[in-house]
Design a protein around this ligand. Structure first.
Ligand code: MRU
Length: 363
């Protein structure tokens, strides 16, 4: 997508063999990049959330595994690098998916060929992600078109967290249909949940929608319910960090409450995600490991002062206990549909199997 007229992706390889990423911890205040040259650089970028969002975590992990093999591409090194990367963020299944995919591609090769082959595989993962997100956008566009009537003043779409191009390699998942609807001339307007504790909505979704010229309004996380009661939300679209084979959607904490409010107000609730986010080994959301993150993310808020200094301020009394679980689970029964690169389906085993017949379980 474009920022100030220049086309960006979130991650790209350099001729030196290193990888460049946008440092999202500095947005929306500064658009700066960081080069990742080692396994440790990649693991740190994921853990400290310089990069975040399930598909981008997967893409960075794929490059991280490649970088680990520059000097030593032995089986032992591959094992060790996979362990380091998988320990960074446990919930987004794209990470394990990408690491497994690179491992499969390089395992049969002579160690001398593995670094180059791993880089190629990571590049292929990125290209596939872009194409999948583009396809999600096209399928989601048709869903949005279905909401428009000749008298529609504006189509109000609520989203939570950041599931835009910054969460992927390009386009995004939940935001791809919105970009395409906007570009097609549909009058979309986005309610952007700020998404405490890290404010990915306020900082990242607002940044990217603004850069693309999509009308949007940032709201506190708790306003969505009232807006739905007032008929001011036509649709909710979120991304996902892991969706089970049974259609339960794990996404940024707060998503479940939006789904409940949507059901109570007959607002359609969609999750948009690529195949790499589906965990075919899990049936139920309750079995997903939910990441617990540092208390400081809740106790402190990052912002820029009027004088231009960026920093964090404490908003919780010293000594109060804080719990910071990063994701929650929306049961399939609250999800109107899942938008994938292959089309839109019901949030159920049968629905997903209709789009991915090759994953249908033999019974
Ligand atoms: O903790 P984050 O910022 O990595 O969480 C991101 C989300 O929850 C997104 O909604 C999800 O990864 C879907 S991204 C396309």
């Amino acid at each position: 997508m474009k920022v100030a007229g220049a086309h960006y992706r979130t991650i790209w390889p350099l001729a030196s063999g290193a990888v460049r990423v946008i440092d999202q911890s500095r947005l929306p205040f500064e658009l700066v990049t960081v080069d990742l040259a080692t396994l440790e650089d990649a693991a740190h970028a994921i853990k400290a959330m310089l990069v975040r969002g399930a598909p981008l975590i997967g893409a960075t992990a794929a490059y991280g595994l490649a970088l680990a093999l520059r000097e030593d591409a032995s089986d032992r090194r591959i094992e060790e690098a996979a362990r380091v990367l998988q320990a960074t963020r446990p919930t987004a299944v794209n990470l394990a998916w990408a690491v497994t995919r690179v491992r499969r591609a390089i395992a049969p090769l002579d160690p001398r060929q593995r670094f180059e082959a791993a880089l190629r595989e990571a590049g292929d993962i990125c290209e596939a992600d872009v194409e999948q997100c583009r396809s999600i956008g096209l399928h989601g566009l048709e869903v949005i078109r279905g909401l428009a009537t000749p008298s529609t003043r504006r189509i109000n779409i609520l989203t939570h967290c950041n599931a835009g191009w910054l969460a992927c390699v390009d386009w995004g998942t939940a935001l791809a249909p919105i970009y395409m609807a906007h570009d097609a001339g549909l009058p979309v307007h986005v309610w952007v949940d700020e998404t405490r504790p890290r404010n990915q909505g306020a900082a990242l979704t607002a940044f990217e929608l603004g850069a693309h010229g999509v009308p949007h309004t940032v709201i506190v996380d708790n306003l969505g319910g009232l807006l739905m009661q007032r008929g001011e939300v036509d649709m909710v679209i979120v991304g996902s960090d892991r969706t089970t084979a049974g259609g339960d959607v794990c996404n940024k904490v707060g998503t479940y409450l939006k789904a409940l409010a949507a059901r109570d107000n007959t607002v359609p609730f969609y999750a948009a995600l690529p195949v790499s986010t589906i965990d075919w080994n899990l049936e139920l959301g309750r079995d997903v490991e939910i990441e617990e993150r540092p208390a400081a993310e809740v106790a402190e808020v990052v912002g820029r002062t009027a004088a231009g200094t960026v920093g964090s301020v404490r908003v919780v009394p010293e000594g109060s206990a804080v719990l910071n679980l990063a994701f929650d689970l929306t049961p399939a029964r609250l999800v109107t549909g899942i938008i994938t690169e292959r089309g839109v389906c019901a949030a159920s085993r049968e629905g997903l199997a209709s789009l991915y017949p090759e994953r249908r379980r033999a019974s």
